[in-house]
Ligand binder design. Structure first.
Ligand code: ADP
Ligand code: MG
Length: 237
């Protein structure tokens, strides 16, 4: 079967800076893939290119058999690219349920249906008891789960997770890991950007390591962590 996502020879320049250089990756249907690498490696840039925040300087992005390179972020979301956002200020003044309804309204204009979907997703993410709480009142780990819930409410085929496990306590991170596994069990493909290898490696089927804007290594987590190139990149010499 063809991959769900493919980037083909992606280049992204910001002025004179090359943030992604000739990046070709693929993510198979049903996989959990980790995108890792040191700070400044180009992970967030690639993530934003896939989500449609930027259009690449060169190269193309194929999603679910269609070239989406020229499509907006909203158009990609409609096609099934879901992503987490940091909870922005305006959303902080809204309740948890209303935040998730915003996501659900991508699929339906019927408010009752959007509300039903939002409740279902909150239950799935372990936030049912927080539905009527203001987003600003959540603890950091709950905010991360709210971001996941809002993305899931858009009914994605591919869920892009941006460092959702970073900065959590070990117990909170474990809850997050279990949530990602549960998401995949529903048939959603996951591409997750994480800075910290210890968190992602036990979770992912495959890891792609970026360094200096390029794919350095990719493979099974057990192989990747032992790769001398990866060790050197992380030690920064
Ligand atoms: P990572 O997420 O792996 O830490 P980024 O993709 O954020 O790396 O950044 C890669 C490089 O691109 C960095 O040198 C960063 O400063 C630069 N960069 C990222 N976004 C922009 C932007 N919008 N404008 C200019 N430079 C950027
Ligand atoms: Mg980043």
């Amino acid at each position: 079967m063809t991959a769900l996502l493919e980037t083909k020879g992606i280049w992204q320049r910001f002025g004179g800076l090359v943030a992604n250089s000739d990046v070709s990756i693929s993510v198979g249907r049903g996989e959990i893939v980790g995108l890792i690498g040191p700070n400044g490696a180009g992970k967030s840039t690639l993530f934003n290119l896939i989500a449609g925040v930027y259009t690449p300087t060169q190269g193309s992005i194929i999603f679910d058999g269609e070239d989406v390179t020229g499509l907006s972020a909203a158009e990609r979301c409609e096609r099934g690219v879901g992503r987490t956002f940091q909870v922005v200020k305006s959303f902080e003044t809204m309740t948890v349920i209303d935040n998730v309804i915003v996501g659900a309204l991508i699929r339906t204009t019927v408010m009752r249906e959007a509300r039903r979907k939002a409740h279902e997703v909150l239950e799935f993410c372990g936030l049912a008891g927080r539905a009527n709480t203001l987003a600003s009142q959540l603890i950091p780990s709950e905010k991360r789960r709210l971001e996941v819930a809002r993305a899931l409410a858009t009914e994605p085929k591919l869920l892009l997770l941006d460092e959702v496990l970073t900065g959590l306590t070990p117990i909170e991170a474990q809850t997050g890991v279990e949530l990602v596994r549960k998401v995949r069990a529903t048939g959603v493909t996951v591409l997750m950007v994480e800075h910290v290898m210890e968190i992602v490696m036990p979770l992912v089927d495959r890891a792609i390591v970026l360094d200096l804007g390029k794919v350095l290594v990719e493979g099974k987590p057990s192989e990747v962590v032992r790769d001398p190139k990866v060790i050197t990149a992380y030690l920064g010499d």
